[in-house]
Write a protein that binds this ligand. Structure first.
Ligand code: PMP
Length: 401
């Protein structure tokens, strides 16, 4: 691991030359040159696909594709590469768990406990299986600190609770619930736990064994990797009990008109030609990340968010929804609409996101129709903070004149 050098880190991202002030990394992170090179190299020079053809190039590709599973396993301390399933991203991973792990167990009256802070990707799949089975989705409300209220959790868990769905980090507030405690309580009540790591993984990859996580999902594109690739981790015994969700090529060992025999885990969940370029790009991102002191990088980006928050306090009506020392800064300005502000920021060349951030229940809990969100990454600079603050001051002046 090398030390974190902000200027050197920034140089790795060619998009920054054109992206203006990019403060939207919580939507998707920019890609370092190493990831671009690996993906381009694959499309320029590799021949064939994985797990199908026997020629040498295809065999080499299959080895690379399979060894990337071990990299993901190392990232989150999974005990075995075979407990890593490739998916299109977090959304697909959670849907897979909902349809394949949970739905077959659900009976009318069963409960699925979901925190109020969740992204729609960690709510709608549970609503869908509840509708399919007659089970019920139960809300775990936020506390005053905008985190799911731990004090209420024991009373919400009961013998009907089959699963707790909880995000590692909110994509709005940046809040990180105490996963260890929530998982302990859920397990004591006999419930499994699905952790949505889409936002959290880049800030702090979890130790899935130490935390005793049942299922963990993340997307490559928020971790400096390509879009369209992500992973699901599941405990071996839980994955082994799950039936395939999608059928097609390479997920089975035998098929005739009377039925089929699925492959072992993880391949039974990977029907069809996979996103090989995505896996190779994600593997390059993980290799690249191994050389970086991610804790120092994390401090850099959260300090920038803190600085922006401090400077924006000068704007009348500014209100921050930031939890702790997060690198995500969600905020609003009393009397002004977030969509007017974001339009003016775009004209100033400052890219932030405004709206509901695919978290409508959280917006309702916060009592807002939407927020602005500036999300900082280690490639951002103090100049970016200054540009954001100047652009908001300018927007404020225009909109209040
Ligand atoms: N959960 C959270 C907390 C997210 O921020 C996102 C992405 N915005 C998702 C889930 C879904 O990720 P993806 O769209 O990559 O599947």
């Amino acid at each position: 691991m090398t030390l974190f050098n902000p200027a050197y880190f920034r140089q790795q991202f060619p998009a920054l030359a054109d992206a203006g002030v990019y403060l939207d990394s919580a939507a998707t992170a920019l890609k370092p040159q190493a990831v671009i090179d690996a993906t381009q190299h694959y499309y320029s020079l590799s021949a064939g696909t994985v797990h199908r053809s026997q020629h040498a190039a295809a065999r080499k590709l299959t080895e690379r594709y399979e060894s990337a599973r071990a990299q993901v396993a190392r990232l989150i301390n999974a005990p075995d590469a075979r407990s890593i399933i490739w998916t299109r991203g977090t959304t697909e991973a959670i849907n897979l768990v909902a349809q394949s792990a949970l739905l077959p167990l659900l009976r009318p009256g069963d409960e699925i406990l979901v925190s109020e802070a969740e992204h729609h990707a960690n709510l709608v799949p549970w609503l869908m299986v509840a509708q399919q089975s007659g089970a019920r989705v139960v809300k775990w409300p936020l506390g005053a600190d905008r985190l799911p209220d731990m004090a209420q959790l024991p009373a919400l868990l009961n013998e009907k609770t089959r699963l707790l769905a909880l995000g590692q980090m909110s994509n709005v507030t940046g809040g990180q619930p105490d996963l260890a405690q929530a998982i302990r309580l859920a397990h004591a009540a006999g419930a499994k736990v699905m952790v949505d790591g889409a936002q959290g993984v880049v800030h702090c990859p979890p130790d899935v064994q130490a935390l005793d996580i049942d299922f963990y999902a993340f997307s490559g594109h928020k971790l400096y990797g390509p879009m369209g690739i992500g992973a699901l981790y599941g405990k071996a015994e839980l994955l082994a009990a799950m039936s395939p969700w999608q059928g097609g090529g390479k997920m089975l060992s035998q098929v005739d008109f009377s039925g089929f025999t699925p492959q072992p885990v993880p391949w039974r969940f990977e029907a069809g030609t996979p996103n090989v370029a995505g896996v190779i790009g994600l593997s390059a991102a993980l290799e690249w990340l191994e050389q970086i002191d991610m804790q120092a990088a994390e401090r850099w980006s959260s300090d920038l968010a803190g600085l922006a928050e401090e400077q924006l306090q000068q704007i009348p009506g500014f209100r921050s929804f930031r939890c702790g020392a997060s690198s995500l800064l969600s905020f609003d300005i009393a009397g002004l609409h977030h969509s007017d502000i974001v339009t003016l920021l775009a004209e100033s060349g400052v890219a932030v996101r405004a709206g509901q951030h695919c978290a409508q229940p959280l917006m309702a809990a916060l009592g807002v129709s939407g927020t602005l969100r500036a999300s900082f990454a280690p490639y951002n600079t103090r100049q970016d903070v200054n540009a954001l603050v100047r652009a908001i001051q300018h927007a404020f002046t225009l909109l209040t004149e």
